[in-house]
Design a binder for this molecule. Structure first.
Ligand code: UD1
Length: 368
C-alpha cells in the first residue's frame, strides 16, 4: 500500500473547514452529488462543484440538477462526447487547470464514469488527496469501460467510501482494506428521500396502461452498439406481456438510428429520459423494471418492484436475493419480467439513507 505520508497533507485539524472539490459529469453522478452536496452545505466545509460536461443535454444534466435541487456547478468544462480516450484525455487537462486554480484540500469523485477516472488521475498527479464515493464495485468484466474506471480509481484514491459489505470485501481482496470505509449507498439516500415525497401519478406517454406497465432503460454499449444485439433487446421488450415505457438514453436513440433499428414497437412506448422525481414516480407506479443500468436495479429494489437486468452480471449482487433482480443476458425470459408482486424480504443492504453524512464525517476525519 502507498504510505499516506507521500501525499501532501493540508494543515488543519478535522474540526476546521476544508475545501472539498467534487467532480461530476454524467447523469448518475448528479444523483450521487445531491445528498453529498446537501450534507456539505450544512457542514463547515467549502464545497466547489466541477461539471465536466460529459453529459450536456437538458434531459441528461440540467433536468437532474433541477429535480434534485442541486445548485448549478461552479465550473463547467463543456467537454462533451467523444471516444473514451479522447473524452477522458480532454477532461484530464481541463481538470488539472481547475485544480491548480482552485487548490482544493480534497477531491471527491463519484462512481465509475470517464469523469471519475479523469478526476482521480488529475488530482493524483497533483498530489491532492482523493476520496472515491461508491468504491469497490466490481463486475469482473474488464471489457466494460466502467470496470476499467473503477479499478483504476480505487487503486489511486486515498479514501475508499464503499456502499456495501460486498464492495468492502472486494477492496480487501485487492489489498485496499486499510483505506476502505463502509458508509452506505448515497443513491439509497436520494431514492428513499424522493420516494417519501412523491405523490400522484407519473407522466407517462399517451396510450400507456397506467395500471400495468413496465419501466425500461437501455444504454450500455454491450446492448446498444451491435445492431443484432440491439434488435434482440427491442424484440425482447416487445415480447413483455404488458406495456413497456422505454425512457430512451440519447446513446440508445443515436445507435438505433445509425443501425436502422426501430425502437417504437407494438406495446413499446418510447419517451425521453425521466428526471429523477419522475423516474421514482414511474417505477413506483409500475409492475416491473427492465434495465441495464446499475442505479435502476437498486431503485427497483428499494421501491419493491421486480427487476430484470439485461446483462450477464451485476455489480449489485445483493439485489438478486429473493428474486428481486434477475439477470437475462440471453434475452430468454420476457414472460418472467412480470413475476411480481413479490413478497420475499428486501434486507437493508444499501444503508439507512444517511450515507452522505457519513461520507462528510469520514472525509473530515480521515483526510483532515
Ligand atoms: C456514461 C457512463 C456510464 C453511465 C452512463 C449514464 C462512461 C464510460 N460511461 O455512459 O457508466 O452509466 O453515462 O448515463 O463514462 N449523448 C447525448 N447527450 C448527452 C450525453 C450523451 O446525446 O448529454 C450521446 C452521445 O451520442 C454520446 C453517447 O450518448 O456519444 C454516449 O455518451 P457517454 O457519456 O460517452 O456515455 P454514456 O453511454 O452516457
Amino acid at each position: 500500500m502507498r504510505p499516506a505520508l507521500l501525499r501532501i497533507r493540508p494543515c488543519f485539524t478535522y474540526d476546521e473547514w476544508v475545501k472539498i472539490l467534487s467532480i461530476v459529469g454524467a447523469r448518475p453522478q448528479f444523483v450521487k452529488l445531491a445528498p453529498v452536496g446537501r450534507a456539505l452545505r450544512s457542514s463547515e466545509h467549502q464545497h466547489v462543484v466541477v461539471h465536466t460536461g460529459q453529459h450536456y443535454d437538458d434531459t441528461m444534466s440540467r433536468n437532474l440538477f433541477r429535480s434534485l435541487d442541486i445548485p448549478d456547478a461552479d465550473v463547467n468544462l463543456d467537454i462533451g462526447s467523444g471516444s473514451h480516450g479522447h473524452q477522458t484525455g480532454r477532461m484530464l487537462g481541463a481538470i488539472e487547470d481547475v485544480l491548480q486554480e482552485q487548490r482544493p484540500d480534497v477531491v471527491l469523485v463519484y462512481g465509475d464514469t470517464n469523469s471519475t477516472l479523469a478526476g482521480t488521475l488529475a488530482a493524483t498527479k497533483l498530489l491532492v488527496p482523493v476520496a472515491h464515493v461508491e468504491a469497490g464495485l466490481r463486475s469482473f468484466d474488464r471489457s466494460m469501460p466502467e470496470e476499467q474506471n473503477r479499478v483504476a480509481s480505487d487503486h489511486l484514491s486515498d479514501l475508499l467510501l464503499a456502499p456495501t459489505a460486498t464492495a468492502v470485501r472486494h477492496l480487501g481482496t485487492e489489498g485496499l482494506g486499510e483505506r476502505t470505509h463502509l458508509v452506505g449507498d448515497v443513491m439509497a439516500d436520494v431514492c428513499l428521500d424522493v420516494a417519501s415525497q412523491v405523490s400522484g401519478l407519473p407522466t407517462l406517454p399517451d396510450g400507456v396502461d397506467a395500471e400495468r406497465y413496465v419501466v425500461a432503460t437501455i444504454h450500455r454499449p454491450s446492448n446498444t452498439d451491435d445492431a443484432q444485439r440491439l434488435e434482440g433487446v427491442v424484440d425482447y421488450l416487445e415480447r413483455v406481456p404488458a406495456d413497456v415505457v422505454l425512457a430512451a438514453h440519447p446513446r440508445l436513440v443515436a445507435r438505433a438510428r445509425e443501425q436502422g433499428v426501430r425502437l417504437e414497437r407494438d406495446g413499446v412506448f418510447v419517451c425521453e429520459p425521466f428526471d429523477y422525481r419522475q423516474l421514482v414516480a414511474a417505477v413506483h407506479g409500475s409492475v416491473a423494471v427492465v434495465t441495464d443500468s446499475g442505479g435502476l436495479q437498486k431503485e427497483a429494489y428499494l421501491l419493491g418492484r421486480p427487476c430484470t437486468t439485461l446483462r450477464a452480471e451485476t455489480e449489485w449482487v445483493e439485489t438478486l436475493e429473493g428474486g428481486w433482480n434477475e439477470l437475462d443476458h440471453g434475452l430468454e425470459r420476457a414472460d418472467s419480467v412480470l413475476r411480481g408482486p413479490l413478497t420475499t424480504a428486501r434486507p437493508d443492504h444499501f444503508g439507512d439513507g444517511r450515507a452522505a453524512q457519513r461520507i462528510v464525517d469520514t472525509v473530515s476525519r480521515e483526510l483532515g
